[in-house]
Design a protein around this ligand. Structure first.
Ligand code: FES
Ligand SMILES: [Fe+2]
Length: 380
């Protein structure tokens, strides 16, 4: 079982914040691409979006466009959205007649047909039709031209892909995750809401901001009324997965302070705790509460631009029960997220200055020190 300790216990006095170049330089960005983004398993969403065969959604990451789809065999596939004819996007948007009633960003289909010349692929990405003119063309065989795909790993319902040539096993990269969160049964949780935010900041500022509550009293009056910001306890303090928990004052992290839904599972003491973890490389930030999970996908776009996709998951049985009030949880974090994104924007604006120089971390920011150490090691 994990051992939890206050954040100041891991503090290294005098370890400074990262130099400017790590937030602004194209050269560093290219190194991050090579050493981090193309090495780690990257989270691209949660399976609750695609419960049935033929359900799919589009996901942009690392300048690539992917189709995440549930196949007839029930597996999750990550296809490159690139036609084998002349490279066109096979699916540039989800046609209206394929949109799922509850989520227009999720589609449903039996096959993907390229809009250009109608070459058609099945859910596994196999080319199944290339129109009449390709019939009988010497040497051309449909089976030789499937869409490209990426390896996929599903952990607790979260879908990860890997762009590396020889990906390390998921379990090796993210040892801290394995077995750590089984109790919450996140794999069976169901999505209620997703919000996409575009932030003019470096992806590391989003991670660092998430890993400290030093700013909570001044910046998050609502959040700060639900926790004692000095009371966080961390169990994962080194390596790619970092985090711990707060005891919640009241039932849950909602605007009203009450539970928004029935518990995700049988949680015992963890019912009134707010767990927070960052998963380096995966772009995944987890906020796990008794009654819901809110996760962020942090998608780096450029040194000074990051997309964050936030999504709220609940117990699938909550929908049919009285008292289900998911908006209470959505509003709580949407308010908090907007406050945080503002902070990460102004951090990015300040770090660009000729006057910026690395500053001292406080004892409340030991996870940021740990994040920076791990990051610099990975970048070597
Ligand atoms: S480019 Fe896709 S069918 Fe021609
Ligand atoms: Fe915050």
């Amino acid at each position: 079982m994990a051992t939890f300790k206050p954040s100041h216990e891991g503090y290294v006095p005098g370890q400074l914040t990262l130099p400017q170049k790590y937030y602004v330089s194209e050269e560093i960005w290219n190194r991050e691409n090579e050493k981090i983004f193309n090495k780690y398993w990257i989270c691209v969403g949660h399976v609750s979006r695609i419960p049935g065969a033929g359900d799919y959604y589009l996901f942009d990451v690392l300048d690539e466009k992917l189709i995440i789809v549930r196949t007839k065999k029930g597996e999750v596939k990550a296809l490159f959205n690139v036609c084998r004819h002349r490279g066109t996007l096979v699916c540039d948007s989800i046609p209206e007649d394929q949109q799922k009633p509850v989520d227009e960003e999720t589609g449903h289909t039996n096959s993907f047909q390229c809009p250009y010349h109608a070459w058609t692929y099945d859910l596994e990405g196999n080319l199944i039709s290339a129109t009449k003119f390709m019939k009988g063309v010497p040497g051309f065989k449909l089976q030789d031209h499937p869409m490209g795909s990426l390896p996929v790993h599903v952990w607790q319902g979260f879908i990860f892909v890997n762009f590396g040539k020889n990906p390390e096993p998921f379990e090796k990269q993210y040892k801290g995750l394995i077995g750590r969160f089984d109790k919450w049964q996140m794999g069976r949780a169901r999505s209620f809401k997703r919000i996409t935010y575009s932030i003019e900041t470096n992806w590391k500022y989003v991670f660092q901001n998430f890993n400290e509550c030093y700013h909570c009293p001044t910046q998050h009056p609502l959040l700060n009324s639900r926790i004692d910001y000095t009371g966080s306890l961390n169990d994962l303090t080194e390596g790619p997965v970092l985090g711990g928990y707060f005891d919640i004052l009241g039932d849950s992290m909602t605007t009203s302070g009450k539970f928004s839904a029935i518990p995700l599972a049988d949680l015992g003491d963890d019912l009134n705790r707010a767990y927070y973890y960052t998963v380096f490389g995966a772009g995944l930030l987890l906020n796990i509460h008794g009654d819901y999970v809110m996760f962020h996908l942090v998608v780096p776009v450029a040194p000074g631009k990051t997309i964050v996709i936030s999504e709220w998951l609940f117990n699938p049985e909550a929908w049919s029960l009285p008292g289900f009030n998911p908006e209470d949880a959505v509003e709580f974090w949407d308010i908090t997220n907007l406050q945080d994104w503002h902070l990460t924007r102004i951090a990015q604006q300040g770090v660009r200055s000729r006057d910026y120089k690395p500053g001292w971390y406080s004892p409340r920011e030991s996870l940021l020190e740990s994040f920076d150490r791990f990051y610099l090691e990975e970048l070597k």
